[in-house]
Design a protein. Structure first.
Length: 225
């Protein structure tokens, strides 16, 4: 028997600076679609939370670290970071004004409202690649989740982040001993190799266990002291 949830309901559709972005509801799940390609939804969030936890763990006992979260998305990473008092400051860079609006005044606020109200949180509307290349700020951790990962970019230009030049820019804004954590929809041995080649140390990959299929992963590397 058909149910009212068989087809996703479009809640908002906008033409943004980088193309069309759509917010849909499919049953209890909210979905973000960019230029017709599924990006993320609110069904799980384990890998986004791992992104934040793995970065914090790699920092050891560093006091009140400042984290840059690249991509607001559905808000899992921000909400998880804000729930941990160890983070000193939380800067989120998101290039789509519609996504920011959906959190501040729309349905995604269910996940992020408390985190957005946290005095440690700052939202920057900017393209992450541009921001990392141009900012004078420095961070203890970069938690980056702006696409489907190094081996499967959806948006033109995002692949530059995963190149040697893009990773060098990431290293530039990291403080000595800082950690780069990159979310990916699948493991990438080539990306691990590139991280090592540009000077990151203790390069490793953590996987989210799945019953079947390819697991989401977090690639990690430390900027030398």
């Amino acid at each position: 028997m058909a149910t009212m949830y068989d087809s996703p309901e479009v809640l908002d559709r906008r033409e943004g600076p980088y193309g069309e972005v759509v917010l849909r509801r499919h049953g209890a799940v909210l979905q973000i679609i960019a230029n017709g390609c599924f990006l993320m939804d609110t069904s799980d969030g384990r890998s986004e939370r791992l992104l934040v936890d793995a970065a914090l763990e790699a920092l050891g006992d560093r006091e009140a670290p400042h984290v840059l979260i690249g991509g607001l998305g559905v808000g899992f990473s921000l909400a998880h970071a804000a729930a941990n008092s160890r983070w000193g400051r939380i800067t989120v860079v998101e290039r789509e004004p519609a996504v920011i609006d959906w959190h501040r005044d729309g349905p995604l606020g269910e996940l992020s409202r408390e985190a957005l109200a946290d005095p440690r949180t700052e939202i920057v509307q900017e393209d992450l690649v541009t921001y990392v290349n141009e900012t004078y700020a420095t961070f203890d951790a970069l938690c980056l989740d702006i696409d489907n990962g190094p081996g499967w970019t959806v948006t033109e230009g995002n692949d530059g982040l995963y190149s040697p030049a893009g990773l060098a820019s990431c290293a530039r804004v990291l403080r000595p001993g800082g950690v780069l954590a990159v979310w990916s929809a699948k493991p990438s041995g080539d990306f691990e190799e590139t991280l090592g080649n540009v000077g990151f140390q203790q390069v490793r990959t953590e996987e989210i266990p799945v019953a079947r299929g390819v697991p989401d992963v977090v690639h990690l590397g430390i900027r030398p002291e």
